[in-house]
Design a protein. Sequence first.
Length: 310
Amino acid sequence: MSTMRNASPPISVEPERPPRTGRVVLFSVLAGTALAILWSYHFVDSVIGDNVANALLGHDAKGTAIAGTGAGLVFAFVSGLAGTFTACNIAMVASVGPMSQAGQAGRRPDPLRMLLRPVGWLTLGMVVVSAAYGFVGVLLGDRLPQLSTGTVDGMPVRIIQSSVVFGLIGLALIYLGLAALGVLPDVFAHRPVARVVTLGALIGGFLIGRPYPLFNKLFHWAADTGNPLYGAGAFVLQSLGNVVIVTVLFALVVLVSRGRVMHWLAESPSRTAVVTGSLTIALGVFTVVYWDLRVPAIFGYGWFPTMPYN
C-alpha cells in the first residue's frame, strides 16, 4: 500500500524540438515562395488539366455539355483527377508526412495496414467536408460568390472567394507545420490520426474556393440539377479524383519499400517532425503567397514578380 501511495504520477513527455529548427523553417518558407513565383497556372490548368480530362472523357471537357447524372458524376471524378496539379490542389502533398505518422499507429508492421489506415483517415476528413459543401452549394446556387460572374473593382467575385478561402487554408497548413516542428503548441502531438483527418478536411475545403474552370462547370451543373444529393456525390467524386495520384505515390513508397521508409521515419521523432513540418510549411506558404499576393496582383492589386512563361 505504501508503495502505491508514494508512486510518482506519470509524466507526459513532449516531443523534443528537432535540431536546426530555424533553418528548416527558413528553407521551407523560401521553397514555398519560390514555388509560388515559378508556378505556371497556364501549364498546369490547360496543358495538363484540360488535356488529361479531354483524353479520359474522349471529348472537349470544357466545350461539351454534361448530359445527365451519370455523365456528370464521371465528369466530377475525371475533372478532379485532371486538376490534381492545379495551384488549388498542390498543397495535398503536405499530407504525405502526416500520413506516414498515422501509418505507424499500432504495432503491426504490415505494409498494407500502413497504407490503408492513413489513406482511410485522410479520405474521411476530405469526404465529410466536400459532401457537406456540395449539398449546401446546390441549395444556395447562384447566391454563392463562387458561381458569380460579377466583378468588384475589376477582380472577379469568385476569385475573391478563392483568395480568402485558400489564404485561410494556407495559414492553417503553416500553423500545422510550425506545430509539428515544436515552434507552436501542437494539439496533434500525440494524435497523428487527428492530424491526418484535419488535413483531409483542408483538402476537402479546397473545393470551397476552387476557381478551376472544369470544377466551375461541374458546380454549375450540380446547381442546375437542384438536387443537393447530386451535389454532395459529385463533390465527393471530385475530391476523390484529386487524391488518386497522391494515394498511388504513397502506396508505392509503402509497398515497394515494404514499409521500411515508414519505419525509418518512426525511428526518429525529430526526423518525422522535419519531414512533416517542412512539407506543410512550404506548401502553406505557397498557398498564401500564390492566392493572396500573386493572384490579386494579376488584377492590379499590388505587385508580384512574373516569369516570362506566365
